[in-house]
Design a protein around this ligand. Sequence first.
Ligand SMILES: [Zn+2]
Length: 116
Amino acid sequence: MNYQCCYCKEEFPVTEAVDGYKEGYKIGFLCPKCGKNIQDTLMNEEWIFSSHSSKLFFAIFMGYFFLAWVFLEFSEPNTWVHYGVALGGVVPFLVYGHIKYPKDMYSPTIGTKPVK
Ligand SMILES: [Zn+2]
């Protein structure tokens, strides 16, 4: 998981977020790149993708998940074949994401906002 600083737009791992509590920054953390006080966007986590095609891919992936869920909802009685088909469709997405967009898949970036 990474953060993208809302000031300098640099991305950094969550573990590198600088704790500024001792310096008087009670809320959020400090950007390790520019030192500004920022916090994560708790309520509506803004996911930042490394490219437009990557964003599109994950949107389609989520869309598939939704369709698979609808398919299982309305295809009763569900047998292992139904689940197999629904889950089997996920595999190509996982393989494609693993090859094409490993960063967004395993280490997604979320946005930050300034501390007021
Ligand atoms: Zn920064």
